[in-house]
Design a protein around this ligand. Structure first.
Ligand SMILES: Cc1ncc(COP(=O)(O)O)c(C=O)c1O
Length: 412
């Protein structure tokens, strides 16, 4: 038996498009977006789901996101450039702690919303909006002192984060004054993002409580953007909250907190990235050489850390199978090693797999987020192709890089 993605076997996809190959289940991504969107609803305030496009930025994805009626979170001129091809600017939220003046002007000219990270950025926004004579909606990123890591969250002073401003800080006070005095800047709301791959909602609740309390000091209805971070299943250890459930839980908690504090907001915004694309993404590799050392059985694959840096960068865990041998018993304890010139280029260590030989197809699961988007050219690896599969339809959405592509910006 063979593993299928949509109606296609992995071997068919590998034969048609080559490996390494990123495959996305388009139907699943659309389904997950709808779970979020259809359940993040309230009769007390507006709601908006944004796709945190850093998780997987490409033209086809911005188009899909637009078709599904949600917005985009972008963090660079490069992401903004593509988002603007498809999205309504008012549904684009421009994040980042060190936007350049060029990026700020690009965003202001396009009419996107800014999530201002620090005092320096507030000054830049004031100067640029005056120069361009354009109105700008500004949210401030707050450091709410809540940090969440997967199974637990901690409420700490956490004063040294690279992101956001403490609610009690002089920098925030001064930034708010800048907006207040400015003819062009409009205070649109506040934002917080407490972490990623989170399974326990209490961290989000704590962040909502802190911001709602803070909002008591303002006499207008503002946007409350509580960021992303909703967990996905990489291995059996991971137990994500279903996305329709988390949406309902966030609505309920926000409504209760607003009532308790007698506060009204204009809108609640969330920004899932990983959970929209993570589990919909698969990476297919071809097995090349295999090797036994005294303590390890290696399967060497034709990609590795250049197309998925997460295991080397932060010991990320994945599950994988020999996709063309789904019936074969998992008799081997394997290290899946990439082909980069780094001994740390190991995609999975000590995983049970079927006996494999050269030419077999490995499928690594849940690679859809922060895989392709974090890929590199180390060892002049060609960035893989990306295919969207939807039932019995498949389409190439990013071509595999050629050797010429790898050197196209070189000047001799
Ligand atoms: C500001 C902000 N929003 C949203 C996200 C998306 O988080 P996730 O992909 O975990 O949902 C991130 C991720 O780093 C972020 O920094």
């Amino acid at each position: 038996m063979e593993l299928k993605i949509g109606n296609f076997t992995c071997s068919e996809l590998a034969a048609k498009y080559g490996t390494p190959l990123y495959v996305y289940d388009e139907a699943l991504m659309r389904h997950i977006i709808r779970l979020y969107k259809n359940n993040l609803v309230s009769d007390k305030f507006e709601t908006l789901v944004l796709f945190a496009s850093k998780a997987f930025a490409c033209m086809a994805m911005y188009k899909l996101v637009h078709e599904e009626g949600i917005g985009s979170d972008v963090v660079s001129g490069g992401e903004l450039y593509a988002a603007l091809k498809y999205q309504e600017p008012e549904k684009i939220f421009f994040h980042g702690n060190n936007k350049t003046m060029q990026e700020i002007e690009m965003g202001i000219n396009a009419g996107v919303k800014f999530v201002c990270d620090n005092l320096g950025e507030a000054e830049m926004l004031r100067d640029a909006s005056e120069r361009l004579k354009k109105k700008v909606d500004v949210l401030f990123r707050l450091n709410v002192g809540v940090e969440a890591h997967t199974h637990k969250f901690i409420v700490t002073a956490h004063v040294d984060s690279k992101f956001g401003m403490l609610m009690s800080s002089d920098d925030l006070k001064k930034s708010l004054e800048i907006v207040e005095k400015s003819e062009y800047l409009n205070l649109a709301g506040f934002h917080s993002h407490i972490g990623s791959q989170i399974f326990d909602p209490s961290g989000f609740y704590a962040a909502i409580d802190k911001i709602v309390e803070f909002l008591k000091g303002f006499d207008k209805e503002l946007i409350l953007n509580i960021g992303g971070g909703y967990g996905v299943k990489y291995t059996d250890e991971d137990k994500p909250i279903p996305y329709d459930e988390i949406s309902k839980m966030l609505i309920k908690h926000t409504e209760d907190a607003l009532e308790k504090n007698n506060v009204k907001i204009k809108a609640l915004v969330i920004e899932p990235g990983r959970s929209i694309v993570g589990e919909a993404g698969y990476t297919l590799y071809t097995v090349g050489n295999t090797k036994k050392t005294p303590n390890r059985q290696y399967y060497f694959i034709d990609g590795g850390m250049a197309d998925n840096i997460r295991p080397a960068l932060y010991q990320a865990k994945y599950d994988a199978v020999i996709a063309n041998k789904m019936d074969a018993p998992k008799t081997e304890t394997v290290t899946l090693a990439g082909k980069c010139c780094e001994s740390g280029d190991l995609i999975i260590e000590d995983i049970k797999m079927a006996k494999a030989e050269r030419g077999d197809i490995v499928c690594v699961f849940t690679t859809g987020a922060y895989g392709y988007s974090m890929s590199s050219h180390y060892n002049k690896a060609q960035t893989p192709a990306v295919v969207f599969v939807n039932g019995d339809k498949d389409r190439l959405v990013i071509k595999r890089e050629s050797y010429e592509d790898l050197y196209r910006n070189d000047c001799e």
